[in-house]
Ligand binder design. Structure first.
Ligand code: PBG
Ligand code: ZN
Length: 321
């Protein structure tokens, strides 16, 4: 076996996984309450953007040839019903317009569709008497998706694990004249302990209980496959597995059962853990990130959503020249 491992060119020749900037998506947080870009302590090295600084951020993403950004809005004010999530002048809707006006079709824009970041209770659904209501939530999600479509979004990404969300959003988009807007469904999203950094940024930790009545149990692979199948039946264009690193078996199984493009979301804590190793000089950042992302691709992901997207694209560019 060592014959083919002898030299760098031979190793390149037989390499099975090629990372490329084409499969990366970069998540961006836009904060309604700030005037300029601001560091995020729970995601060291990342920054949240203001509407003003967003353009410069997208410039850097576009110049690295990353084809898509995933936008998350941080509203100045949360309400009990999460109503700021679907305002025409909501933070995410305005951000989408900024990107559209400046970039036209040259970068694709994916918008997170959920109410947890906008609702004071922090849950991904409408809350009544301590219960998370399913179908009442669909009405809000439809409004969010349509408001983003109005602003010029390419892809909406419902992340709440609400039953029927893909079908409801598909119909709403079609009925309102946006048949061209696609859906990336967070189809297999697990009730994970790796969302801590994100919830810290979004201040979206549920005020009571947890998300296990809607997100998947980490034990359940077959149930995850049923979620993916349902979302495909309901009209999802792309499906996601989230988190990535500890769920590679789910990715592999989804790959073998479904032909749709599959995205993997390497979440905040996956980023943080790597950063912590690097900070302690226990790993080389470039090498460990390439290893982890290669594993995610090898497991079956076509698309990787990662806070490392810009770094990776930069490294790939450097190694090509
Ligand atoms: C909730 C949502 C979560 C993330 C994005 N949207 C998870 C959650 O709070 O349950 C996680 C992203 C990350 O951890 O990087 N709709
Ligand atoms: Zn949510």
């Amino acid at each position: 076996m060592r014959r083919l491992r002898e030299s760098a060119p031979l190793r390149r020749l037989v390499q099975e996984i090629d990372l490329s900037s084409s499969s990366l998506v970069y998540p961006i947080f836009i904060d309604e309450g700030i005037k300029s870009s601001t560091g995020i302590t729970s995601l060291p090295g990342q920054k949240k953007q203001s509407l003003e600084s967003l353009r410069r951020e997208v410039d850097s993403v576009a110049s690295l040839d990353i084809p898509a950004v995933l936008l998350f809005g941080l509203p100045a004010k949360k309400t009990s019903g999460g109503t700021n999530s679907y305002r025409k002048d909501g933070i995410l809707q305005r951000a989408v317009r900024v990107v559209r006006e400046n970039y036209g079709d040259s970068i694709s824009v994916i918008g997170d569709v959920c109410i947890c970041m906008y609702a004071s209770h922090g849950h991904c659904g409408v809350v009544q008497d301590g219960m998370i209501l399913n179908d009442a939530t669909l009405e809000i999600l439809k409004k969010i998706a349509v408001s983003q479509a109005e602003a010029g979004i390419d892809i909406v990404a419902p992340s709440g694990m609400v039953d029927g969300q893909v079908g409801a959003i598909r119909r709403a988009l079609d009925d309102c004249g946006y048949p061209q807007v696609g859906i990336l469904s967070y189809a297999a999203k697990f009730s994970s302990n790796l969302y801590g950094p994100f919830r810290d940024i979004a201040k979206s930790t549920p005020s009571f209980g947890d998300r296990s009545s809607y997100q998947l149990s980490p034990s359940n692979l077959e149930e995850a496959m049923r979620e993916i199948q349902l979302d495909i039946q309901e009209g999802a264009d792309l499906v996601m597995v989230k988190p990535a690193m500890y769920y590679l078996d789910i990715l592999r199984e989804a790959r073998s059962r479904f032909k749709h493009p599959i995205a993997a979301f390497s979440v905040g804590a996956e980023y943080f853990m790597i950063k912590a190793l690097v900070k302690e000089k226990l790993a080389n950042e470039r090498d460990i990130v390439i290893e982890v992302l290669s594993s995610i691709k090898r497991a079956g992901a076509d698309i990787i959503i990662t806070y490392f997207a810009k770094d990776v694209a930069q490294w790939l560019e450097e190694s090509a020249t």
